[in-house]
Design a protein. Structure first.
Length: 405
């Protein structure tokens, strides 16, 4: 009789526990499916049936966190760890909660407890490293990521995050090495290509940078920065049409309203000889920033390309009213007077152009003005300076020989 009582007691206890376990498993499934409210309800049922079920407290805490009920989440994590102080998932997810709340010191404390017990817990290493970064303890973060790398855990994120810290410290070679390792592990990681491309740019490895930016765009169209990087690179390489296309994606797809970006697109149109679009875009710049002197100069340049210096001149003077230090405006105004053979007036503008923006062409034209005015020695010095600065137009070498001999 005693045996039967014991048997049924064990049987019913096992059956009840099995039922609680199944209920718990259903709550986990709800959580994993993103039904956090349902998971909370189910885990509350489990806890009522088995108050010592610390795993249920942990999942309910995580559900509370996802639902934004932070105080209840903290209480449940505390209860779970009161019932089992060594339960690492509760410590880890409490650390994640602290991290999300920007309670970085508490997060570091929790992740440190985990890593003292399990040094290869990669997620804890990464989160502690990120918490160190957030508190400007970058060397500690680098040490964490390096420890993960030395453990040969083959995790792309530790290479990526260490690479970003090296990038921040301008350790370009080390950053590139880390990004390459990151991309060996995760070949479709767009952010990795973006950052490596930026480092290639830093080292003036233009072809490699462009290839990385192209790769980013082939993987995703959601990273807006890459279009500006690629646009700037195309602009620098003289691919003005491609540059304008990239700037257009930023403006139209990402709906960016920025006078500087509009100006870059306008200049790309201008340099691609698309003067109609350039003029329209310079006007758009001025709608956003009415006193943007460079855009006014751009409008003047369009008129000059169309052979209308009389329309360009008032615009150049308007630009100088906005910014008396605009060297290009002085240069272009000087060029207008030079073409009119008004060398005295032109000389004054080239003097100002060189004062504010000493470009080779300004030295050439100032030297030409001096020559026309009878100052052969001054002309020689200016033409030599233009040559020294790399000026190659208007038969400058022949002119220099003729003037200086």
């Amino acid at each position: 009789m005693k045996f039967l009582i014991l048997f049924f007691s064990v049987f019913f206890t096992f059956t009840a526990f099995s039922q609680i376990s199944r209920t718990y498993d259903s709550g986990v499934a709800l959580f994993n499916d993103g039904d956090f409210k349902g998971a909370k309800i189910v885990m509350t049922r489990v806890i009522k049936q088995s108050p010592y079920y610390f795993e249920a407290y942990t999942y309910r805490a995580r559900a509370f966190q996802e639902l934004g009920i932070i105080d209840s989440a903290k209480i449940d994590f505390a209860i779970a760890l009161e019932k089992n102080p060594d339960y690492l998932p509760a410590i880890f997810y409490r650390g994640v909660l602290h991290f999300d709340l920007k309670e970085y010191q508490d997060a570091i404390s929790d992740f440190s407890i985990i890593l003292a017990k399990r040094p290869t817990f990669i997620e804890a290493i990464i989160f502690r490293g990120r918490a160190f970064e957030a508190t400007d303890k970058n060397e500690n973060a680098i040490n964490d990521y390096t420890s993960a790398i030395n453990l040969k855990l083959n995790n792309y994120e530790v290479y990526f995050r260490r690479g970003m810290l090296y990038e921040k410290q301008n350790m370009v070679k080390s950053a590139i090495w880390d990004y390459e390792k990151c991309l060996e592990i995760k070949k479709d990681f767009a952010e990795g290509y973006l950052h490596r491309g930026r480092m290639y740019l830093n080292r003036e490895m233009v072809k490699e940078a462009l290839a990385d930016f192209d790769k980013v765009i082939s993987l995703t169209d959601t990273i807006k920065d890459v279009y500006e990087y690629r646009g700037d690179l195309n602009y620098k390489n003289g691919n003005y049409k491609s540059a304008a296309e990239d700037y257009s994606i930023l403006i139209e797809k990402f709906r960016i309203k920025d006078a500087g970006l509009y100006y870059k697109r306008a200049d790309a149109y201008y340099l691609d000889s698309n003067y109609t679009e350039a003029n329209r875009e310079y006007a758009r710049v001025l709608e956003v920033k009415p006193r943007y002197d460079k855009a006014v100069v751009g409008q003047a340049k369009v008129f000059l390309q169309k052979g209308k210096p009389s329309s360009a001149l008032p615009l150049l003077r308007k630009a100088l009213a906005f910014n008396p230090s605009n060297g290009e405006a002085y240069f272009l105004e000087g060029k207008i007077f030079f073409d009119l053979k008004k060398y005295t007036e032109a000389l004054e503008y080239f003097n100002s152009a060189i004062k504010y923006e000493p470009r080779a062409a300004a030295f050439f034209y100032r030297g030409s003005c001096k020559f026309e005015s009878g100052d052969k020695y001054g002309a020689c010095l200016d033409l030599q300076q233009a040559l020294k600065m790399g000026y190659k137009e208007n038969d400058v070498e022949e002119a220099t020989k003729r003037v200086c001999n």
